[in-house]
Design a protein around this ligand. Sequence first.
Ligand SMILES: [Zn+2]
Length: 70
Amino acid sequence: MSEDYSCSDIGLDCDWRASSETEGELLRLIGAHFVQVHQITDTPADLVLRVREAIKSKTSKTGSCRGGPS
Ligand SMILES: [Zn+2]
């Protein structure tokens, strides 16, 4: 299972996307992208939260652990 992220998920006008085996590695890739493309060198905590929620919401959609009421 891999983690996925794209900048449009958090409302950025950007088509960049990334995926990785672990959230930690994905967050590292995203941090580097923020510095290079968005000139965000010091990612604010609330932005990190939004990124992590975006990753989680995608992951849970494809996950099979919770089926939810049918
Ligand atoms: Zn971006």
